[in-house]
Design a protein around this ligand. Structure first.
Ligand code: CP
Ligand code: NVA
Length: 310
């Protein structure tokens, strides 16, 4: 059974196929109906969400299905019932499982025991659905992904940074990460991304220098300095990230036609200035909408794979 837990669960060719399908579905919203019936897809949250909840609900409905949303604290999962038992139950009743949770090992366990596709809609370590939507957005604005250069400035140790490492390397996009000491990517994820980049002919650099990272870039990206679950570290983080705000001056070092991405929610005046995120080169609203189209394509693709393996 194929699942989508990390960005490198799709090969470069498969990622390309999913993005092609997403572009087609954006043009022709109801072209694929694998969930017609309606069949049920489960979308479960251990952390809050705006975009992910709505984009999966809309996408599942467009594919002919019905989304069953399970909000934080609503299932027996946790102290009362194991992940492995839950995976078996959900697989007997639904066509696919979408889950936002904390520890990445939880979703690996869910996938191990599930007999339907499992999709990671954010863990502490990765947010691969977001990066698929980002790649779709970049394709719309820049056509060819291969050979572009992206700069990610800020918390280079969080789920978004890790997903950019794997997802952008898979797409052949050069990535420059800039974050303060102590907020740099996990070694094993960086090593895996470097291995993929070698195959796709792209490059990866990691530094503490936002200006060097952004200079001449085609795409400039940031994310919150305080991810869900890190609220207690707020004071220390605000201090450490001083100097990492993507403001007009920093964004001005990128190419003239550079675009700005942010997965949202954004904190204006912290990781990004209002002038940049609300400015003419920001594509964050396309990026948010593209969650629907990218995830629809992913669901269609995974359901096809599941059918073929029956
Ligand atoms: N970008 C993103 O995943 O947003 P939500 O947390 O609102 O789902
Ligand atoms: N890094 C952020 C992403 C939110 C979509 C978080 O985990 O809170």
């Amino acid at each position: 059974m194929r699942h989508f837990l990390r960005d490198d669960d799709l090969t470069p060719k498969e990622q390309h196929e999913v993005l092609d399908l997403a572009l087609r579905l954006k043009q022709d919203r109801f072209a694929e109906r694998p969930l017609a019936g309606p069949k049920t897809a489960l979308v479960m949250f251990d952390k809050t969400s705006t975009r992910t909840r709505v984009s999966f609900a809309v996408g599942i409905s467009d594919l002919g299905g019905s989304a069953l949303i399970v909000n934080p604290g609503e299932a027996q999962l946790g102290e009362k019932e194991s992940i492995s038992d839950t995976a078996i139950i959900f697989s007997r009743m639904t066509e696919l499982i979408v889950w936002r949770t904390g520890a990445h090992k939880n979703i690996e366990l869910m996938a191990k025991h599930a007999s339907v596709p499992v999709i990671n809609s954010l863990t502490d370590d990765f947010h691969p659905c977001q990066v698929l939507a980002d790649l779709l957005t970049v394709r719309e604005h820049k056509d060819e992904l291969q050979g572009l250069t992206a700069a990610y400035v800020g918390d280079a140790a969080n789920n978004m940074a890790h997903s950019y490492l794997l997802g952008f390397a898979t797409a052949g996009i050069n990535l420059r990460l800039a974050g303060p000491e102590g907020y740099l990517p996990r070694e094993d994820i960086l090593a895996k991304a470097e291995q993929i980049a070698e195959q796709t002919g792209s490059t990866i650099t990691v530094s503490n220098d936002p200006r060097e990272a952004v200079t001449g870039a085609d795409i400039v990206i940031t994310d919150t300095w305080i991810s869900m679950g890190q609220e207690a570290e707020e004071a220390a983080r605000l201090q450490h990230f001083n100097g990492y705000c993507v403001d007009e001056e920093l964004f001005g070092l990128a190419k003239d036609d550079a675009i700005f991405l942010h997965c949202l929610p954004a904190y204006r005046g912290f990781e990004v200035s209002a002038e940049v995120i609300d400015g003419p080169r920001s594509v964050v609203w396309d990026e948010a909408e593209n969650r629907v189209h990218a995830q629809k394509a992913l669901m269609v693709w995974l359901l096809r794979q599941a059918k073929q393996s029956e």
